[in-house]
Design a protein around this ligand. Structure first.
Ligand code: GDP
Ligand code: MG
Length: 163
């Protein structure tokens, strides 16, 4: 299947929006309500003559944080298993939550290349908020806006450099 990039993170951080931007599709369902992507979505991305597959994870209906934690454990384990690169998405507008800490802890133990994605950086000012993500112990946050495209080209340059 070639190079695989998995997008992980808690609900509503913008994983599906990022998937749609990278694949230039509207395949993944984006919704104001958390957890609306039902299944793992697979798409193809072409960047600078390189092709890779991208997986949008996190498609389940969430009623409680407990149920969600079990699901995210499964999805993150699968991503670590099958992906060559992991995009861990967090939200600069809301900051970190316990679930972000939980996912970060699992990812820190993995040997796969991980990009910490500070999504929803729609304005330059919001870049300052990303400083709090250093705490997650996953290196520099990559500020992007999946909605307006800020930073996504630079991110793709770095992602394909890992292949
Ligand atoms: P997911 O649950 O992680 O897949 O998140 P979604 O992609 O479904 O997005 C959840 C909400 O965040 C939707 O209302 C999106 O429009 C919004 N969103 C996603 N990316 C951005 C972004 O870069 N900026 C802003 N302002 N909102 C975003
Ligand atoms: Mg989604």
């Amino acid at each position: 299947m070639g190079n695989i990039v998995a997008i992980v993170g808690r609900p509503n951080v913008g994983k599906s929006t990022l998937f749609n931007r990278l694949t230039k599709s509207r395949k993944a369902i984006v919704n104001e309500v958390s957890g609306t992507t039902r299944d793992r979505q697979y798409g193809k991305v072409e960047w600078c003559g390189k092709e890779f597959s991208v997986i949008d994870t996190g498609g389940w209906v969430v009623n409680s944080e407990d149920i969600f934690e079990e699901e995210i454990n499964k999805q993150v384990a699968l991503a670590i298993d099958e992906a060559d690169v992991i995009l861990f998405v967090v939200d600069v507008m809301t900051g970190t939550t316990n679930l972000d800490d939980h996912v970060a802890e699992i990812l820190r133990k993995s040997k796969k290349p991980i990009f910490l994605i500070a999504n929803k950086t729609d304005t330059n000012e919001l870049q300052y908020n990303a400083a709090e993500f250093y705490r997650l112990g996953l290196g520099d946050p990559w500020c992007i806006s999946a909605i307006n495209g800020f930073g996504t080209g630079d991110l793709l340059d770095e992602v394909i450099a890992k292949f």
